[in-house]
Design a protein around this ligand. Structure first.
Ligand code: ZN
Ligand code: ZN
Length: 694
């Protein structure tokens, strides 16, 4: 501040006294450059022009140019540069440094090409300009040109070039530079070290990076960040966190970049709470941090937390981007929360990113998962461009919502538009075939995976085929398909077989499937329960007892079943026999009222499902209050007449509840959408879109 004041007084003095000599101006200009004082520089320029500017005083004009470039004042610099009667390489370099500083790469290129002579500063400036703007290929081109012309790069040029190598993942050139640096015995400063470490880490040579890091004496936070980010990128979050701890032990203060990486490391390793702790400790959070945390929640099944964090982000006035929005939309899809989903959709439109491929595909998926297939198609139809993810979202949406023909038609359209299907596309297509019992088509599509598209069918595809064959009553064929698989069948294959055996009441094959599952997933309660239900259905109570004692021996607990329904932006969750809801009395009254109506219509509760060997009345009692029935009753009480009722269940819906829903959709004339762990059920007028296969 003092220096600036002195400078101002000196210029004032000049104005009161009249012109001074070249040396006087030069000294004052140098002071302007040192203190970044653009204003005094302008005053000096007009003073000089009024009094003494000799037409060829290039030296003083260069000082002015240098000042304007340093202050980033483009019009003052350009005006001066244009009217200079003589320019030397310093004048040109000053302009180059201005364009480089402002990232005006096209001006930079044009000016460089017009230069009558160039020196090493010109090259270094241009390279730094291109590299810092991410134009890594241009930076490398100029670097090669520079070496052909015989100019020596400075250590800053090396930093720029190493950064360009990291961006282009050009390990070969990066290694060459490293070799030159070692051979030339140049003393490497901390920036060169950091750039080298970063280059190796980004190119996946994490051990090399680590060994350099160990040789490096004065590491700063950037060096640590390079290593931490490198480990994160190479999928070693544990090492990343180790380094973070070391860094803290050594007293190096982490910055925003460090914390973002560490946040990512915790979320890679599934340590959501740890990540949240780091997140809360961060004083300043940028969009990347918010988004990382939101994505982390969404991917770890913590959708509600993701939505809460998203609204916090908005209230902190951090603008979300397409990454944020697509994961927020996915969180809504995971919760089957159409209300939230619609709000988020309108925000997406407001921000103007509905056209973003990632966001629009997530929207298609969200509407499909909420059973709103028309809205899904609207979004899909409005998309200006579509990639395989968008097509997959729509095809899967149709398939999951029982619109199997539409899924297949869309697939044909996709092929006609020359898009290459991927594994997920075929899961959609094959499940559509299997819901629609299109055995032959299914076989053709399945064979086309390898024959037409040159891909290897995955176990998901095999599971679809087992499902398709089994549902059409060809359990033996399904078993043969499994036997012919090139790889070991996964638990998905066996559990698919088990469920088709249940549909076909094929206890013999069900036992085979269950035995494999008991080995592969010994702690998964599902297969034990399904097998014992099958035994119960055929009255084999001894076998039921032996499965139950096996479960007891292995300490396997049934996965607590629950259902939820959304009302007024609030999720209402129910478990079986739940009596905690504030409206419990009304709900149970509604259920018994329904039961009377349904019995009149011919509904008979399916008591075969009940595990225990108990009396008939007791059996009816225990299945009457399954969680989805409670959720349904709540929906019927609260949702306006005619409004569809959407229920989500965490496990597969039981056949009694399925039948119950069908009857309710008829007697109440309601559209009921039930999403269980397996698929969607749209109940309308006494029918279900799954055609009773699920
Ligand atoms: Zn049930
Ligand atoms: Zn159904």
């Amino acid at each position: 501040m003092k220096a600036k004041q002195k400078l101002c007084e000196a210029v004032d003095l000049l104005y009161s006294r009249g012109p001074t000599g070249s040396n006087g101006y030069a000294r004052l200009l140098l002071e302007c450059i040192r203190t970044n004082d653009f204003e005094q520089g302008k005053r000096l320029q007009s003073h000089m022009e009024r009094h003494c500017f000799k037409p060829n005083d290039t030296f003083l004009q260069n000082r002015l140019l240098h000042l304007y470039a340093k202050c980033g004042k483009i019009s003052s610099a350009q005006q001066l540069f244009v009217k200079m009667p003589q320019r030397d390489v310093f004048s040109w370099n000053a302009m180059l440094s201005l364009y480089s500083k402002l990232g005006l790469v096209e001006n930079l290129r044009e000016l460089f090409n017009r230069m009558p002579t160039r020196d090493s500063v010109s090259y270094n400036t241009v390279i730094a300009g291109f590299a810092s703007c991410g134009c890594s290929e241009d930076a490398l081109d100029f670097f090669l040109w520079m070496r052909e012309e015989g100019f020596e790069p400075t250590e800053y040029t090396h930093v720029s070039i190493l950064n360009a190598c990291s961006q282009l993942l050009d390990l070969k050139l990066g290694k060459q530079i490293h070799g030159r640096l070692t051979a030339s015995n140049l003393k490497m400063n901390v920036f060169v070290w950091n750039a080298l470490i970063d280059m190796y880490a980004k190119c996946g040579e994490i051990d090399q990076a680590r060994s350099l890091f160990n040789q490096m004496l004065d590491r700063n936070v950037v060096s640590w960040n390079s290593m931490i980010a490198g480990y994160l990128k190479s999928g070693q979050p544990g090492k990343c966190l180790d380094l973070f701890r070391q860094m803290q032990v050594l007293g190096v203060e982490p910055d925003l970049v460090t914390l973002s990486s560490v946040l990512g490391a915790y979320l890679q390793s599934g340590l959501v709470e740890e990540a949240r702790r780091i997140f809360s400790e961060m004083n300043e959070k940028d969009r990347v941090c918010w988004t990382t945390m939101i994505v982390g929640y969404a991917q770890n099944g913590r959708e509600e937390d993701a939505l809460v964090l998203y609204s916090e982000m908005l209230s902190e006035n951090v603008r979300p981007d397409s990454f944020t929005m697509s994961s927020v939309v996915s969180a809504c899809a995971g919760l089957v929360s159409l209300d939230h989903g619609k709000v988020v959709h309108s925000q997406v439109i407001l921000i103007g990113i509905e056209v973003d491929l990632r966001v629009s595909s997530a929207l298609v998926d969200m509407y499909s998962k909420c059973g709103e297939i028309t809205d899904a198609y609207d979004v899909f139809n409005r998309m200006a461009t579509r990639n395989v993810v968008s097509w997959n979202a729509m095809i899967m949406g149709y398939a999951q919502n029982g619109m199997d023909k539409d899924a297949l038609v869309l697939y044909d359209r996709m092929l006609k538009e020359n898009l290459k299907p991927d594994n997920i596309t075929f899961v959609g297509i094959l499940s559509a075939c299997s819901h629609a019992s299109l055995i032959e088509d299914g076989q053709i599509y399945f064979n086309s995976i390898s024959k037409l598209h040159g891909m290897k069918p995955t176990s998901d595809h095999y599971a679809c085929m087992v499902n398709l064959l089994g549902r059409s009553g060809n359990v033996v064929e399904a078993v043969n398909l499994i036997k012919g698989m090139p790889d070991e069948p996964t638990s998905l294959i066996w559990s698919t077989l088990l469920s088709v055996c249940r549909i076909n009441s094929d206890i013999k094959h069900a036992e085979i499937a269950a035995r494999h599952l008991f080995e592969l997933d010994p702690l998964d309660a599902g297969p034990y329960i399904m097998l014992s239900n099958m035994y119960a259905a055929s009255g084999r109570w001894d076998d039921v007892a032996s499965v139950r004692s096996l479960m007891k021996d292995r300490k396997i607990r049934k996965l607590a079943a629950y259902s939820w329904i959304e009302f007024n932006n609030k999720v209402h969750k129910f478990i079986s026999d739940d009596r905690t809801h504030p409206q419990t009395e009304e709900i149970y009254r509604e259920l018994s009222r329904l039961m009377v109506r349904l019995r009149e219509e011919g509904f008979v509760p399916n008591t075969n499902l009940v595990l225990h060997d108990v009396g008939e009345t007791e059996k009816v009692e225990s299945i009457c209050y399954h969680s989805e029935k409670l959720a349904l009753a709540f929906g019927l009480i609260r949702k306006p007449r005619g409004a569809p009722i959407r229920i989500v269940k965490n496990i597969r819906v039981c056949s009694d509840c399925h039948l119950f829903m069908k009857f309710v959709s008829k007697v109440t004339d309601r559209h009921i959408v039930l999403r269980d762990s397996n698929r969607f059920h749209h109940f309308v007028g006494g029918q279900c879109s799954c055609k009773d296969y699920w």
